[in-house]
Write a protein that binds this ligand. Structure first.
Ligand SMILES: Nc1ncnc2c1ncn2[C@@H]1O[C@H](COP(=O)(O)OP(=O)(O)O)[C@@H](O)[C@H]1O
Ligand SMILES: [Mg+2]
Length: 252
């Protein structure tokens, strides 16, 4: 048995002294796509953020292991350099920074380089935009200035493609995104995995229908800070038919 890419063992996490995750166990091997579903407030975003090392969340018990190494004390930068990726969200427009300029900085940080040639990034970016079916003019757009939901997601997927993570965490934080915008992510994960089969991914999604496109290996249901059910894509049908209440009742 190979060492898992990611292992959460009985992970307990607080935010502002409030317990949010209450003993999460999760094992992701290389090349696996895991979908994480659950009602609002269950702790899905907390799970993604604490793996990345967001300073607002405190591990009070349990372990976060990356290839067997406990990373709980690592900074977000160290985790990024070790290959963990969480799509960066822009709270507001960053004036004057184009998609390509931003990606160049992000790649340099991930690969621990001082400088990276614009030409090199441009070639990689052009190739990926072509593979992902994106219009080449997107590279010159300025971050968030008038980005639609779909464009924000395209930008996230391009980050994921170019940063070449070993473990990609995707949190569907935007409510009110249309289904096409969300499909960009599912399609992006599949395309990128096609090129790099060893990448593992944990994808948070509310939309049962997206699982068709994402084709996850495992679907987890997170309720009240615990994974209460894990299964195949058939879990989606249960959720669609009867919601999350069935899992709540069984496990309390
Ligand atoms: N910084 C924080 N301080 C206090 N409570 C928080 C904080 N962040 C999240 N929470 C609470 O933790 C719970 C889980 O939040 P979250 O991880 O965002 O859930 P989800 O992504 O599943 O909707 C919610 O009840 C939320 O209000
Ligand atoms: Mg969330």
């Amino acid at each position: 048995m190979t060492t898992p890419l990611l292992e959460l063992r009985e992970l307990h996490v607080n935010a502002d002294d409030t317990p949010i995750l209450k003993g999460v166990n999760l094992t992701v091997h290389e090349g696996e796509v895991h979908a994480l579903m659950g009602p609002n407030g269950a702790g899905k975003s907390t799970l993604a953020s604490v793996i990345m090392g967001h300073p607002g969340y405190v591990v009070t018990a349990g372990q976060i292991l990356l290839r067997g190494n406990d990373i709980a004390e690592w900074t977000p930068d160290e985790r990024a350099r070790a290959g963990i990726f969480l799509a960066f969200q822009y709270p507001e427009a960053i004036g004057g920074v184009s998609v390509i300029q931003f990606l160049r900085q992000a790649i340099a940080a991930r690969k621990n380089l001082d400088e990276l040639s614009v030409l090199e990034v441009r070639l990689d970016l052009a190739e990926w935009m072509d593979r992902l079916g994106m219009d080449s003019s997107f590279a010159e757009r300025h971050l968030n200035e008038g980005f639609s939901g779909g464009e924000r997601k395209r930008n996230e997927v391009l980050q994921m493609a170019l940063l070449e993570p070993d473990l990609a965490l995707l949190d569907e934080t935007d409510s009110g995104l249309d289904i096409d915008a969300l499909r960009v992510v599912a399609h992006g994960v599949r395309t990128i995995k096609g090129a790099r089969p060893s990448m593992g991914a944990v994808v948070v999604t509310h939309y049962v229908k997206l699982l068709d496109e994402l084709v996850p290996d495992v679907v987890h249901v997170l309720v009240d800070g615990r994974i209460v059910h894990s299964g195949g894509v058939d879990v989606a049908a249960l959720i669609e038919r009867d919601g999350y209440e069935q899992f709540r009742l069984v496990h309390q």
